[in-house]
Write a protein that binds this ligand. Structure first.
Ligand SMILES: Cc1cc2nc3c(=O)[nH]c(=O)nc-3n(C[C@H](O)[C@H](O)[C@H](O)COP(=O)(O)O)c2cc1C
Length: 186
């Protein structure tokens, strides 16, 4: 019990990864944690696409940045034109989580799966970062070829992604949590 609480408390977004690939046994444990997430009426409306091909990860990054540069969203444009920025922070593994189109709760269920995977990663000493940005590219016209290459199943759309890898450093300081977010009624 204590270990679960520690993994939740210690997990931080990792944005600095070693290039060494994680073990298949670790990857499988993380994926298993994803598929055991709760889902509304147990529909399990998710699909997990594991990408461990550096060339594809880098092409996704490149296309995302080109897309972001042209965006009318100031925040996104800033990342697109930052030479040092990599949308997956050069992680050796990326898990794309797509959700069933038409399922009202797909995005929430997929988020539950992502959170389980992040915590499982932490428990195994593996760094992770939740990546929302890539959805902008993959759900755009420019993303259509990638959807084919990534074999995202028919009837599913890209929702969340997770960058995974061993941590380059062990930063444990959590961004400050907002106060007064809990009400107790006894
Ligand atoms: C829905 C969602 C999307 C996110 N997308 C990104 C992203 O694209 N890139 C990134 O660096 N972090 C992303 N994050 C991570 C947050 O920035 C991070 O969780 C937050 O700053 C708190 O830091 P912590 O994870 O260390 O507690 C995302 C988090 C969530 C929940």
């Amino acid at each position: 019990m204590k270990e679960v609480l520690e993994a939740i408390r210690n997990r931080r977004s990792t944005r600095n990864f070693l290039s060494e690939q994680i073990k298949d046994s670790e990857l499988n444990a993380i994926l298993e944690s994803g598929v055991y997430a709760p889902s509304a009426t147990n529909k399990q409306p998710w699909h997990f696409t594991v990408v461990q091909n550096k060339d594809l990860i880098d092409r996704l990054n490149h296309s995302f940045k080109e897309f972001a540069k042209k965006s009318d969203n100031d925040y996104l444009r800033k990342f697109g034109s930052n030479e040092k920025f990599h949308v997956f922070y050069n992680s050796p593994t990326v898990i794309l989580v797509s959700g069933e189109i038409g399922n009202k709760y797909a995005s929430i269920d997929c988020a539950a799966a992502v959170e389980n995977m992040l915590i499982a990663g932490e428990a195994l000493g593996i760094g992770s970062c939740w990546i929302g940005f890539i959805e902008y590219l993959l759900n755009s016209e420019e993303g259509k070829e990638f959807i084919k290459e990534l074999k995202i199943p028919e009837g599913f759309r890209q929702i969340h992604a997770v960058a995974l890898g061993y941590k380059k450093n062990n930063l444990t300081n959590a961004p400050a949590r907002r106060e007064n977010t809990i009400t107790y009624i006894k």
